[in-house]
Design a binder for this molecule. Structure first.
Ligand code: GCW
Length: 749
């Protein structure tokens, strides 16, 4: 039943979707009828059904808020291996974060193992939760490991025959992370006897960004309205904000900006800050720092000054006062994210100033309090001349920020999107990662699936993010993978990390789809340790979310792991960018919408060929922004990988790929293959009937049926378009539509 409350209405789109939605309506109708049967059925019938479902011992449906923290009861034989775990818990301090850690441990053990941990200060038979310093005081003989900030230590030990289990860190937050790590192991039935695990996060900053507006809407949010705001103010009930912080903490996220980067200046009004404080209070027990997106024009927009020139002393004073006011009410405030001179947002260019001037004036106000500025590198001109073959949006970030390298204060981090355009289904790593060696940098990844199916279609993004994080920039011809650059591990920069645009909402499943939650989980896990494989991450997630049945784990893992490639196949192969409705919803296929306008997401398909020439020799010169070894690889057709060919080169449709296929045939084939793979998702999910609980089974099935249809819409739209454009038929004869369009074009040229 719940699924119909959760379902976001019929899928978007026009003619092709009419069928899909009528089928959904029909499915809904059938299920409602069944629900009605249950309501009217005799009690014995309901009991019989209940017992038979119960006897299958399926993991229960995902709770609204718990996501992967479901803590389903383990069956008796799996639970047995944990019999040796202590029966008490002692917390060595009473900070709010440690209290959360204690509560979580008690809750998790009780739900999974059916045992209630008692609070106790007996050394024996006890979980000890505290910082390393506290642990040293408590057990002077204990040999403690070296742990960097927020790392944790899980240690099952005995001294003089007294058993105890240490969960320690140098900070309270790390202890909480340790508790979640232990509970995750139990949920996945991992052995914890003799555990001696020390883990340290790879990067110091692991934040999520929410693009929530004060009216409660969320830009590019597909999981319902804001959990923070409604009707121009902070919600009265912030329970969900606390629940969100718990989820974030469980994957090691330590900061969250709560409002849209297209920021409403009102967020900084004096009467708004006490409201924001309430959200910070909801986050605090989970160690999540609250941060804000700010409009650089605020000093003027709020009516206090007649300028927002970052070099004007009045403006510096304004920021200082505003920041002091925030810290007075929110002492653990994290800082600001800034989108400026981008897509209509005000910025330093108004006064002929640079992003460094703008970032530093705010950074100096924050510095005494330990606050940070994440300044976004997503700065570009969206009124480019599409007729100018040298114009290239991809070049903007490097052109603007590289010359400023070293000019930013040390509490500024340049927040760089994974690719040089905008979260397309495949892009190369942004060259800017290698272009600011004397400046802190961080990577921005998009968890919300703006260009990758908007949570209506399955697209597990961890494999894509890993390709970027593992990409080797070869700075100075040495191994310099992006992950090391963004985590500040090269060039000895003090800060660095990850920002994930999450955009969870009030929908039961946070992101609007239970399977899309793997992206939020995966983002956190990669930010904690980008060396984890996509396979490990998805297996962790599936086990915690759907239980440990091998068929379920194997099937869902395989579906998730192949989903990005499937989506790429039917939406934007060979690095063309997502061939979607660029000037509209970023969802439906509309390959011509990216052309002949100033937004610069061009693929330059004409009747002879396709692709953006970004070479140094004949194109926009974008390739020249990479270090020499990478330039060399992308510049030459011989070494440019097929999957990014059209991002870097304009080639005739008959150009033969490394795979031996022509470009045009690859485009046809990949669309047919993608649509088949999407149909395969339905079949794969059906094998899980009776293996996942009925509620989630029923919730997910229509989503895949819908996706399979959408993939056909994409396939036919793109294949028809490119056939009309090229006039080259599919070798397999699948595209039957007669077309004179290409012939006309040829005659005209
Ligand atoms: O991808 C684009 C989105 C905008 C977004 C912008 C950005 C918040 O379409 O909605 O604005 O990126 O990242 O700033």
């Amino acid at each position: 039943m719940k699924k119909f409350v959760r379902w976001n209405g019929p899928p978007r789109g026009q003619k092709y979707n009419a069928r899909a939605s009528s089928e959904l309506a029909c499915d809904k109708h059938v299920s409602m009828k069944w629900a009605g049967c249950f309501r009217q059925a005799p009690i014995w019938f309901s009991i019989a059904i209940f017992c038979s479902v119960g006897s299958l011992a399926l993991p229960a449906a995902e709770s609204d808020t718990d996501a992967w923290l479901r803590y389903s009861a383990l069956d008796a034989s799996s639970a047995k291996q944990y019999d040796q775990l202590p029966t008490r818990v002692e917390v060595l301090d009473d900070s709010p974060v440690l209290k959360s850690a204690q509560h979580e441990l008690i809750e998790g053990i009780s739900r999974m193992l059916g045992r209630t941990l008692r609070a106790g200060s007996d050394r024996r038979d006890v979980f000890l939760l505290g910082t390393l310093a506290e642990m040293h005081q408590r057990i002077p003989g204990l040999k403690l490991p070296e742990l960097r900030a927020e790392g944790y230590w899980l240690k099952a030990d005995q001294i003089s025959g007294e058993k105890f289990f240490v969960i320690a860190s140098s900070t309270d937050r790390g202890v909480l992370y340790g508790v979640f790590a232990l509970l995750s192991k139990i949920a996945r039935r991992e052995t914890v006897t003799n555990l001696d695990d020390a883990e340290t996060p790879y990067a110091p900053l692991r934040w999520v960004n929410q693009w929530d507006n004060l009216d409660g809407s969320i830009e590019r949010g597909y999981g319902g309205p804001s959990i923070f705001f409604a009707d121009g103010k902070v919600r009265d009930d912030l329970k969900r904000a606390g629940d969100y912080a718990r989820l974030l903490a469980s994957i090691g996220i330590n900061g969250c900006t709560i409002n849209n980067v297209n920021a409403d200046p009102r967020i900084l009004r004096d009467d708004f800050i006490p409201q924001i404080k309430r959200i910070a209070d909801a986050f605090r027990p989970w160690g999540v720092q609250l941060a804000l997106s700010v409009d650089l024009g605020s000093p003027k927009a709020l009516g206090d000054l007649d300028t927002f020139d970052p070099l004007d002393p009045k403006v510096a004073e304004w920021w200082k006062k505003k920041v002091d006011e925030i810290y007075q009410q929110i002492p653990n405030f994290g800082g600001f994210v800034v989108k400026a001179d981008s897509e209509g947002q005000p910025g330093p260019s108004t006064y002929g100033r640079t992003p460094a001037d703008a970032a530093n004036v705010i950074a100096r106000a924050l510095k005494p309090h330990g606050g940070l500025v994440f300044y976004r590198a997503f700065v570009y001109n969206h009124h480019l001349d599409w007729q100018d073959l040298k114009a290239d949006r991809a070049k903007a970030a490097y052109d603007i920020f590289h010359p400023l390298d070293g000019k930013f204060d040390d509490n500024v981090i340049i927040q760089i999107k994974n690719g040089p355009i905008d979260f397309q289904v495949r892009e190369p790593a942004s060259p800017l990662f290698a272009g600011v060696p004397h400046t802190n940098e961080g990577i921005e990844l998009q968890i919300t699936q703006e260009y990758t199916g908007q949570q209506r279609q399955l697209c597990f993004l961890v494999p894509m993010w890993k390709e970027v994080l593992d990409f080797d920039m070869r700075i100075g011809n040495e191994a310099t993978p992006v992950k090391e650059l963004v985590a500040g591990r090269v060039f000895h920069r003090p800060l660095g990390g990850f920002a994930g645009v999450a955009n969870v909402g009030m929908d039961a499943n946070w992101l609007g789809s239970p399977l899309a939650m793997a992206n939020l989980y995966g983002f956190g896990r990669l930010a904690w340790n980008p060396n984890l494989s996509a396979e490990t991450i998805i297996e962790e997630w599936t086990r915690q979310t759907f239980g440990n049945d091998p068929l379920v784990v194997h099937t869902i893992d395989a579906m998730q792991l192949s989903s990005w490639h499937t989506y790429e196949n039917y939406t934007g192969p060979l690095g063309t960018g997502t061939l979607t409705f660029i000037t509209g919803n970023h969802y439906d296929p509309a390959p011509e919408s990216s052309e002949r306008n100033g937004w610069g997401q061009w693929h330059r398909a004409d009747h002879n060929g396709i692709g953006m020439d970004r070479t140094m020799a004949t194109g926009t010169g974008f390739i020249g922004q990479y270090p020499p070894a990478v330039q060399k690889m992308y510049e030459s057709l011989d070494t440019c990988p097929d999957n990014l060919l059209l991002f870097f080169h304009h080639v005739p449709y008959t150009y033969v790929l490394h795979s031996g296929k022509t470009v045009i045939q690859y485009i046809y084939d990949s669309h047919y293959e993608g649509a088949e793979q999407a149909a395969g998702l339905v079949a794969q999910w059906k094998t899980l009937r009776g293996h996942v609980d009925q509620q989630r089974y029923n919730d997910v099935l229509p989503r895949f049926e819908y996706q399979a249809k959408e993939a056909i819409v994409w396939r036919d739209t793109i294949c028809d378009w490119i056939y009309r454009l090229s006039g080259i038929p599919d070798q397999k004869g699948r595209i039957r539509q007669a077309s004179t369009f290409a012939a006309d074009l040829r005659r005209a040229s």
